[in-house]
Design a protein around this ligand. Sequence first.
Ligand code: AMP
Length: 287
Amino acid sequence: IELLKEISKIRNLKRKINFIPTMGNLHNGHLNLIRRAKKQTNITLVSIFVNPLQFNNRIDYKTYPRTLEDDKKILINEGIDILFLPTDNFISKKSDLLDLGVIPKKLCGKDRPGHFEGVARVIFRFLSLIKPDYIFLGEKDFQQILVIKKVIKKFKCDTRIKVIQTIRDVNKIALSSRNNLLKENFKQAIIIPRVLFKVKKLIESGSCSLSEIDKIKSNIQEECNVYLKYLEVLKESNLDSLNNVYSRCRIFICVSISEIRLIDNLSLNGKYRLSKIGVIERKKEVD
Ligand code: AMP
């Protein structure tokens, strides 16, 4: 109710709202979203909510890092306007299943059934309540962005998405709250950017075949102490496999290191298609 009052005050003043949803345990990836949102003169509203519906594993939910007091200090320091901390009954458990097509079933959706439906339900609740003008989302969770796009379209929400680039550490490992759970195994995560940038270079040079990618996959399994869940090159718009039509594409990876799940992705410059002999071909630029 307090939040609704604040929102109506903001609306009366004809101010716009930039919304940044998070699960807390804030790092520079989150701060980058917040700083980008603050560059505009709009009100910045950050939420911290570890959404139980998007965890399909109780242990993962329980062990998800929660550092609310530190997060609050960080947000005060950043000068955000509103912090929204929903309680667990924020979303009803009743399952009015959202049909969002095939995107939630691909990549992470394969071994996390219900995960993206959980994301979609909490985001829909946020959007209906806050009605933000913009929602700021990190490119790191690219599949999540596609799912949220679907929610916005399906429910005709008046919110625009701002996609903000992935922030990486010195070893190019994408910052993530889950990195903190890795402790001494953290070094192993370096395989993720290594593989992503290697595959990007191979594909952009114009002559990478699917069998080469398969080789890279089996090398990861043999040489590293990590479990590769997927490494795929897919169309950016709908996560379909490449076919004979040139499309914008992206490389997606997910590994599990001591049961901690880490994801990342990288966009490819140019457009690509798959030739009949399984080579990923780059479209020639016309100048
Ligand atoms: P989370 O707290 O993990 O749910 O993330 C909240 C928002 O921060 C999402 O839009 C994420 O995509 C974004 N985010 C998380 N990590 C990064 C990162 N390393 N770089 C940029 N954005 C990120």
